[in-house]
Design a protein around this ligand. Structure first.
Ligand code: SF4
Length: 357
């Protein structure tokens, strides 16, 4: 692996999602949407969104669009077409709710009928009843250690911030070439068709600078996401990723070294024809999880199962205590400042800027 492609940062901000706790409520998606992507040209942008798996994701079939590296060689990638993102659309709420004709009118999409959108295949999943299955996968920019988007930009508009490893963009340098989007194997760059520049998740850096966790993290009602520095050996992110090795990157074979990690899902065991649980058969095929999280998922699942069994029989487990997350402040240190206690200035675009006191 080429050292020159790996950005040397003092620390690396990282997050862990527990796919056993994520309930697909999309609170993280909406928290991000309302904070960052409400302007013209951003209608279709969901910097953070939760996909149902198995599914085709967002943009549609993004896993087949290329990018990233193979044996440290940059791989060709393609841009998703507009129809593969799906657009933003609106409903006839006014007609149904305010016209006094609610008995006759029903909700429908206004204008052109959409063909795809974020989480279009929600909860369809796979498998056959009663052993069908699905789970949720929150997705955002991975703020990769080896960010293909940064290397692909000929203008140096994308960079990795030294103090915390966030991948940022200098919009004044962007000319809208979209090479970053082609190179990103996760397709987590969005072209703003109005401003004609690329945009992406900035990990809520104005919040981080005030020790406030990102809005997607802070908004999660399921305590399903941890945030902190990967290098902080006392923090839960380090423990889940490095110590217990139960939190894994999505598609490690893309070789960008993501800093968003996932605890793989363990669903209830399969049912036999006699409606008994068949303990030896996982409901989600391990091969499928391996296709997402790589071969280390088998050991991670074994560790999770072992620690769960130990706790059920009365034992103590640091791993289980961490995953239960008894106290929310322990999940985000040192980013546990309450955003409600900070008065934020607003930029002209209505987005949070500097803290004013
Ligand atoms: Fe760049 Fe994509 Fe990695 Fe984000 S996920 S840092 S956009 S390569």
């Amino acid at each position: 692996m080429s050292a020159k492609r790996k950005a040397a940062t003092q620390k690396q901000a990282a997050m862990v999602f527990d796919l056993n706790k994520c309930m697909g409520c999309q609170t993280c998606s909406v928290a991000c949407k309302t904070l960052w992507t409400r302007a013209e040209g951003q209608e279709y942008q969901w910097w953070c969104t939760v996909n149902t798996l198995p599914g085709r994701g967002h943009p549609r079939d993004w896993e087949s669009m290329g990018g990233g590296y193979s044996d440290d060689i940059p791989m060709a990638g393609r841009r998703p077409a507009r129809r593969e993102w799906g657009g933003g659309w609106d409903y006839n709420y006014d007609e149904v709710l305010n016209s006094g004709k609610a008995q006759d009118k029903h909700l429908h999409v206004l204008g052109e009928q959409p063909e795809w959108g974020p989480n279009w295949d929600e909860d369809q999943g796979a498998g056959e009843y009663p052993n069908s299955y699905f789970f949720y996968l929150p997705r955002l920019c991975n703020h990769c250690t080896k960010p293909a988007c940064v290397e692909a930009c000929p203008r140096g508009a994308m960079s990795k911030r030294e103090e915390d490893g966030i991948v940022l963009r200098d919009e004044s340098n962007c000319r809208g070439y979209q090479f970053c989007l082609e190179a990103c194997p996760y397709k987590k760059i969005y072209f703003n068709f109005t401003r004609e520049i690329s945009e992406h998740c900035i990990l809520c850096y104005p919040r981080l600078e005030q020790n406030v966790a990102p809005s997607c993290v802070r908004g999660c009602p399921g305590r399903a996401v941890w945030f902190g520095f990967l290098d902080d050996e006392t923090g839960p992110v380090h423990k889940l990723v490095k110590k217990w090795e139960v939190a894994l990157p999505l598609h490690p074979e893309y070789e960008t070294e993501p800093n968003v990690f996932y605890i793989p899902p363990i669903l209830p065991a399969r049912l036999t024809e006699a409606n008994d649980f068949e303990d030896s058969q996982p409901r989600v095929p391990t091969e499928y999880l391996e296709s997402l999280f790589g071969p280390r998922v088998r050991t991670a699942l074994e560790t999770l199962s072992r620690e769960m069994a130990s706790t059920r029989s009365g034992g103590k487990s640091e791993l289980m205590d961490t995953l239960i997350a008894y106290w929310w402040k322990d999940m985000f240190k040192p980013f546990d400042q309450d955003p409600g206690e900070i008065e934020w200035a607003r930029t002209a675009g209505g987005q949070p800027g500097e803290r004013v006191k």
